[in-house]
Design a protein. Structure first.
Ligand code: FES
Length: 318
């Protein structure tokens, strides 16, 4: 994990841990002195700073109205990079952890149907969004949720289940759902969201590739492999506020150059999927390689962990 300067964290304590399904732990975090926690949007992300440079990002699965706790759910990934195993083995009631301020989240719409498509533990941000909709009296949503065997956090979706707004698919006994057919059935009057394994996200991305950004939302937690452009040339990165600049050599890249400049930018995933390094750009244009900014947002902002510059000068608002 790349170190970053001035990472802002909040110290929280684990107040409870349970295991709603073998291999999935639900962890509740509170302020140590029971003060309200920084507010968040439905399904916002927080980074857990676990010590020794280990940082992992999770979606909050409780609703923003609960301002005194953050709830996350972590599946032990046997073939993962070690973060989920660390959490499963070390976090228990009373453990202190540093967490980042919540960022991002899901912007649901009130004027159209919200269609959530989840695979396994990818349901977490949608639980938060659904509970938020319900609290606001909104029933304009449906959740299509596939998992291998029993789903893991079903107790958090009691109202949605009772109202018949959740369609479950057990992929141990039935085929994976046909996302094109599902979305087709709702026509152009929905906003669609997807979070789950890479195969599901790719299938979803294919189906909605021609949809406007305002009608789709994809949550990724595994950064795609970095791409190197062989035609990339050296350029100058300028930090407008701190008045520093440096040449970015193609083999070094923007992020490492920003590190050398001690730029005040937070980095978590390092792969353009979490939003931690979101930065305003003033002159460029940047080459965007993230997976989260909309084309409109890209006109002003850039995820510097994966970006480069298409011109000779990239000026950042840092
Ligand atoms: S650090 Fe996650 S998007 Fe840049």
């Amino acid at each position: 994990m790349i170190a970053a300067k001035a990472i802002k964290t909040v110290a929280v304590a684990v107040s409870s841990v349970d295991e709603p399904l073998p291999g999935v732990k639900r962890i509740v975090l509170n302020d140590q002195d029971n003060w309200p926690l920084p507010p968040f949007s439905p399904g916002a992300h927080i980074d857990l700073h676990l010590g020794g440079g280990l940082v992992r990002t999770y979606s909050l699965c409780n609703e923003p109205a609960e301002n005194d706790r953050y709830v996350i759910a972590v599946k032990r990934e046997a073939a993962g990079r070690g973060g989920s195993a660390y959490i499963h083995d070390n976090l228990e009631e009373g453990t202190f952890v540093g967490v980042s301020l919540p960022r991002g989240g899901i912007q649901t719409v009130d004027s159209a149907l919200n269609v959530f498509i989840a695979g396994g533990i990818g349901v977490t941000p949608f639980i938060s969004a659904i509970r938020d909709l319900e609290l606001r009296g909104q029933t304009n949503y449906v959740l299509h949720w596939s998992s291998m065997g029993a789903p893991s956090l079903i107790d958090m979706l009691g109202e949605a289940m009772a109202a018949g707004r959740v369609k479950l698919y057990d992929t141990l006994v039935e085929p994976v759902p046909d996302l094109a057919a599902i979305l087709d059935a709702y026509g152009s009057v929905c906003k669609a969201y997807c979070c789950g394994p890479a195969g599901m996200l790719d299938a979803f991305e294919n189906v909605v590739c021609s949809w406007p950004d305002s009608r789709k939302h994809i949550e990724r937690f595994t950064p795609p492999k970095p791409v190197q452009s062989p035609s990339l040339k050296a350029y100058t990165v300028v930090l407008a506020k701190s008045k520093k600049e440096m040449t970015v050599e193609p083999h070094v890249g923007l992020l490492k150059t920003l590190e050398a400049l001690e730029a005040d930018v937070s980095v978590s995933c390092g792969g353009g999927i979490c939003g931690a390094c979101r930065t305003r750009w003033l002159e460029g244009p940047p080459i965007h390689r993230d997976r989260i900014l909309s084309s409109e947002e890209r006109e002003q902002e850039v995820m510097v962990c994966v970006a480069e510059c298409a011109g000779s000068r990239l000026v950042l608002d840092l």
